[in-house]
Design a protein around this ligand. Sequence first.
Ligand SMILES: *Cc1c(COP(=O)(O)O)cnc(C)c1O
Length: 604
Amino acid sequence: MSGPVIEVNIELIEDNARAVTALCDKYDIRVTGVTKVTCGMPRVARALIAGGVTGIGESRLENIHRLRAGGITQPMMLLRIPPLSDVEEIVRTADITLNSEISVIRRLNQEAETLGVVHEIILMVDLGDLREGFWPEDLLPAVREILEMEAIRIRGLGTNLTCYGGVIPDEENLGRLVDYAHRIEDTFDFRIEIISGGNSSSLPLVAAGKMPKEVNNLRIGEAILLGRETIQRRPWPGTSQKAFVLNAELTEKKKKPSVPIGTAGQDAFGGTPVFQDRGLITRGILNIGREDVYVDGLTPHNERISILGASSGYLLLDLSRDENAYQVGDRVDFFPNYAALVAAMTSAYVEKRVILPESRKSEDEKSVILVGSLFEQDKYARELDRWVKRLGYTSTRLPETTPAREIADHIRPRSIPVLGGRDFTSLGLQAAAVAMKQFGLLWVDSVVTVSELHTLLGSRNDPVAEALDTGNIVFLGVREIEVDAISLIRTYNIRVYTMEDISLLPLRELMRQSLTRTATGTEGIYLKFGARVADNGNDGLTNREAHLIMEMTAASGALRILEMDDEIDPDVESPYIRTSRAACDNMPRFLLSALGKRILGNGT
Ligand SMILES: *Cc1c(COP(=O)(O)O)cnc(C)c1O
C-alpha cells in the first residue's frame, strides 16, 4: 500500500440504510438505493439491501453489469435517461428505466419486442428543476402513445429535484406530480403503481410528515452513503458521516514560509493563487492530488490541520497547529464529500478497500466438503485441489455414508458441501432441511420424473417439504418431463425453464429470475446439477452456459449446498438422454465456477 486509499465501511452503510428505510417505511415509501457514487460496488449494494432498500438505482450500464456479476439479483433501475444509441443493451441490462423522450421509448419498445421481453419505465416529469423530464403538458399525449406499445409497461411517474436548478421538494411541487398521476389514471384507466418523489433532498419533507401520501418511492444515494440530506448538507438523524474515509501518505514535512518566494505567475492548473503571510509554518505533502480527488471536497479528520492547496499529484497541508501528530510515512485521513467521493471512486490510482465488521471477518475463511466418490478417480483431481486452494477454500473429503446431520453441520455461509458420485438428492435435501429453516432449490438437469417430484414435495410433516416451499423451486434446462410430472408441476405452480426458454431468452435473465425465486425468503440455495444437462449444446446446455449458471449462482452468495450428479446413465428414464463421459470430465471445471472462479480473477 503506497498510494491513496478509500476505505468503505460496510457496517456504517448498512446502518445508515436502515435509518433511512425505517423512516420511509413509516410513510409506506420504498427506497431504491443508489450506488452510482461507488461505481456500483457489489458490497455496497449488499449493505443497502441488508439495510432495507428494495432495489438498486444506477446511472451507468457498466455499473449494473458489475453489480450483476457481483451477485446482486434485486431489480436494477437505470437512473440516467437512456441514450438512443444504447437501447439494446439497456433492455438487456436494466429492469426499469427513467425516461423523458418519446423517440427513445419507441426504440426501447422495438428492442424489447425483438428480445421477447416487456421493458418497464417510469416517466420523468420536470417540476421546474430544468434537468430531465417531460414538460407537464406533453405528458398525456406521450402516455397515450406509449399505451399502444406492446413491449413497454409504464410503472409510474417520477421527478428529480435539487440537482440542476436547486429547486427544493415541497408539498406544492410534489403535489403536482401526484395530480399528474391522478389525471393519467382517470384519462386512461390504468394504475400508476409507483410515484417516485425524488432523491435525498426529499427526505426532510418525509421527516416533516408533509410528503404527499401517494408518493411511494424515493431514490436515495447521498443520505445513506454520506449521511447527509442534500438541501443544506446537514447530517441526517441516525446516520454516520464516516462511512467513507480517504487517506494518503505524508511524503514530506518541513517548516517553510507560508508565501512563495519570487515573482508570482499561474499555478499548474492555470489559476492565480493568493497567499496570506503567516510566517513560517509546518507544511506537509501527501501523495494524492487533483488527479485522484476533488480537493475542495475533502475535510481532514484531524480538525487541527488544514489543506493549503494541491497540484495534480500532491496535496499540501498546514500541520502547524498539530505539529507532532504526523511523521513522514504516516497516513492522513479525510472525509470526502459527494464530489470528492465520485472522483476517488472513479480514479484508477485510488485503492478501494472494504472494511468489514469484525463479526463478518470469519466469513472470509471458506471451505468445501466433498462428499462421496465425486472426482476421486478424476484424472484432474490434483489440478482441482490446486484450484480449490487458489480460490481460498480448504477442502475436506467425507465418505458417502456420512449421515445427513453431519453434512448439515457443514452447511454455512462460507462452507459448502458438494455431494456427488451417485444419486444424493434425498440425503442432500435432508441435510439442507436440517441446516436451514427455509431453503430454495435450483435443479439444473434434463429430466424431471414423478418420483423425483415426490422426493421434493414430500409428505405432510416431512422436514424437507416444510423447509422447501414450492415457490422456491426452479427447474432449469429441462428437455423431458414425465407426463404425470407435468400435472404435478402445474398443480404446485413450480417454475420450469425448459431448453426452449433458454433458446428464446437470454440465460442471464433466466438465471437472475431463478436466483431471485430460489433465494427470496430463504437462507440459501441447494443447487443440483446433473452432468447430462451439459452435452455441449447438442440438445442441452453448452459448456459455456453451464459455466454461466455456476458463476451466477456463486456470485449470488446464496449457494449453501451443491449436488453434482456425474453418474453415467444411473437409470435410463429416457433412452434419448444419456450422460456422456465428456460431460463428466467437465464437472470439476463447473464446480470451480460454482465456487467463484472467474476467467479474469476475482475482484471485490
Ligand atoms: C443520483 C440520482 C439519485 C440519487 O441522488 P442522491 O442525491 O444521491 O440521493 C436519484 N435519482 C436520480 C435520477 C439520480 O440521478
